[in-house]
Design a protein around this ligand. Structure first.
Ligand SMILES: C[S@@+](CC[C@H](N)C(=O)[O-])C[C@H]1O[C@@H](n2cnc3c(N)ncnc32)[C@H](O)[C@@H]1O
Length: 267
């Protein structure tokens, strides 16, 4: 074997793992049958606010799985089903609003748009659409390891996300709002039923909580997918932050899914 041939052979046999590959489809199937099995069974059998047959629930799960296979995402099926169920449980009571902050490449947004279609809800999704903003923030995992979020990480451009929602989701349900949260959220004044934050930076979580939490309806719920970050927990546990910056009583907090998803309810 000549020099370099071994390397070429190894490259040729390397398994492709990106979006759209067979590897990714098999991984989704494996998770459906193992890690996500309980959440899937619960979704198939639980009472929801709107009639939804088993066939419709299976079809929604199939579409979620297709999106997972085709668009890079940063959530688990358990997490997205938790938010989907929170929305569907509130369906049928009048106008329903779901807000998402942090769309990334559009995987979570496309799935939530389908959930919104079933629930008769609207989805408003906020993002810079240029990825994580410039920052010098140092974060930590809960076990103390350091974690930084680089400028531009998780970028999905507005046009790319729009196209993916049009292809895989329910575009008629969605409004995308481009800009930094501290610029786009202050003008937002609608009552929110369900919100999902996946924004990584503590400063971003702060902006979202300050501007969105007071907009939650009394029976509304806000989820944060940043429960793996120590600084997020410190903020949420800080009574003075809630009373002085957000202007509400500290919320009821629960861990959901595998623990990374936090559920916050107004008191
Ligand atoms: C981890 S990604 C979201 C992933 C997506 N929810 C998913 O599961 O596929 C985090 C997103 O937050 C956005 N983001 C973070 N801080 C922001 C800020 N201050 N203003 C606007 N967007 C922000 C980034 O642009 C990025 O798209």
């Amino acid at each position: 074997m000549r020099e370099g041939e071994g390397r070429h052979a190894a490259r040729a046999h390397r398994v492709r793992r990106g979006t759209g590959t067979l590897y990714r489809k098999l991984q989704s199937l494996k998770f459906l049958l193992t890690r996500d099995r309980r959440a899937v069974l619960s979704f198939l059998t639980r009472d929801l606010g709107v009639p939804m047959s088993t066939a419709e629930r299976l079809a929604l799960l199939a579409r979620f799985t297709r999106i997972t296979n085709e668009i890079r995402g940063y959530h688990t099926l358990v997490e997205i089903l938790t938010v989907t169920e929170a929305l569907l449980e509130r369906a049928g009571r009048g106008p329903l609003l779901l807000v998402e902050c942090g769309t990334g490449s559009g995987s979570s947004t496309a799935k939530l748009s389908l959930a919104a279609r079933h629930a008769g809800a609207r989805l408003i999704a906020f993002d810079s659409f240029t990825g994580i903003p410039e920052n010098d923030e140092l974060h930590h995992f809960e076990d103390g390891r350091e974690l930084r979020f680089a400028k531009g990480a998780f970028k999905g451009s507005l046009s790319a996300v729009e196209k993916r929602i049009a292809r895989f989701g329910a575009p008629e349900r969605v409004r995308l709002v481009k800009g930094l949260f501290h610029e786009t959220l202050p003008g937002f004044a609608e009552p929110i039923d369900v919100a999902l934050l996946d924004v990584d930076l503590a400063s971003s979580t702060r902006s979202c909580l300050v501007h969105l939490f007071p907009r939650l309806r009394p029976d509304g719920v806000l989820f944060s997918q940043d429960g793996h970050i120590r600084e997020t927990h410190e903020m949420i546990a800080d009574e003075a932050f809630w009373r002085e910056e957000v202007g509400v009583a500290p919320p009821e907090v629960h861990r959901r899914g595998d623990g990374k998803l936090l559920e916050l309810r107004p008191r």
